[in-house]
Design a protein around this ligand. Structure first.
Ligand SMILES: [Zn+2]
Length: 260
């Protein structure tokens, strides 16, 4: 039964099964009471008709790709639905990309407008991440700081959207349990100890770039980790983080190991 809400909605609560009136005949419940119950059960979901609030919270991410001369700045703004209730939900609302480089501008404007429209449509928008991360540049991708392989600029945009969705709780990382993290840290420590020549606790350097160029580097994602220069690419997580330990290829980023 559809109920038109005439007044402005000021607050909600959801009717739990135990709160619900016992299953009496429908016409036995006074109409006004039934309507009130339905109105309070309304939880706002994302849909196209939601008006953009004057102020949105968001994050801006920096992309420094060898495919583009200048850095690109990706801003994702979120809308908070059902604020202050137990159904509070933060969802992406719009995405913009800014850069001094103009050569990619037309497809970026088209892509970000379509993405923003998809965000506002509602429903599950996390599929965008998989679609974008599966885009390969025919010229070949590139390694970003930290050694993660990016098959294209679109894929890096997808990775940013994924990071953002993880940070707002829209995507959960089920295969990174605390136990797994501990295991990776343990393997990493063992590897570093083995390769720690001369006792200096120097971090393994991935890019021996001059300091001036390093200022331009993007922040390394993940745990701020860098991997040994000799590491090879992991087929599971695309990080250049696979080392041989005890005769067994082991990824220091995701923990993948050929020997199980
Ligand atoms: Zn891996």
């Amino acid at each position: 039964m559809a109920v038109k809400i005439e007044k402005k909605i000021k607050g909600y609560s959801v009717v739990k099964p135990e709160d619900k009136a016992p299953p009496v005949k429908a016409d036995a419940v006074p109409r006004a009471e039934a309507e009130a119950g339905l109105a309070s059960a309304d939880v706002i979901q994302m849909h196209e008709k939601i008006e953009r609030p004057e102020v949105l919270v968001g994050s801006t991410y920096k992309i420094k790709s060898p495919l583009v001369e200048h850095a690109m700045y990706v801003t994702i703004n979120d809308i908070v639905l059902n604020a202050g209730t137990e159904h509070e939900l933060r969802r992406p609302f719009e995405i913009f990309v800014n850069s001094k480089s103009m050569e990619h501008f037309q497809w970026i404007v088209a892509l970000t407008r379509i993405m923003s429209a998809v965000f506002r449509k509602g429903g599950d928008v996390t599929f965008l991440v998989d679609e974008m991360k599966a885009v390969f540049d025919p010229k070949g991708g590139y390694f970003k700081a930290g050694g993660v392989y990016m098959p294209s600029l679109v894929a890096e945009l997808g990775a940013i959207v994924e990071d953002h969705m993880k940070s707002i709780g829209l995507i959960h990382d089920p295969d990174m349990s605390p136990e797994r993290r501990a295991l990776i840290a343990e393997k990493r420590a063992a590897y570093e100890l083995r390769n720690d020549r001369g006792g200096s606790k120097k971090k393994p350097d991935v890019s021996p770039a001059p300091p001036a160029a390093r200022d331009e580097d993007v922040e390394v994602t993940g745990e701020g980790a860098s991997f040994p220069p000799s590491a090879t690419m992991c087929h599971k997580c695309s990080a250049k983080a696979v080392v041989i330990m005890d005769g067994c290829a082991t990824c220091l980023n995701c923990g993948y190991s050929k020997c199980g």
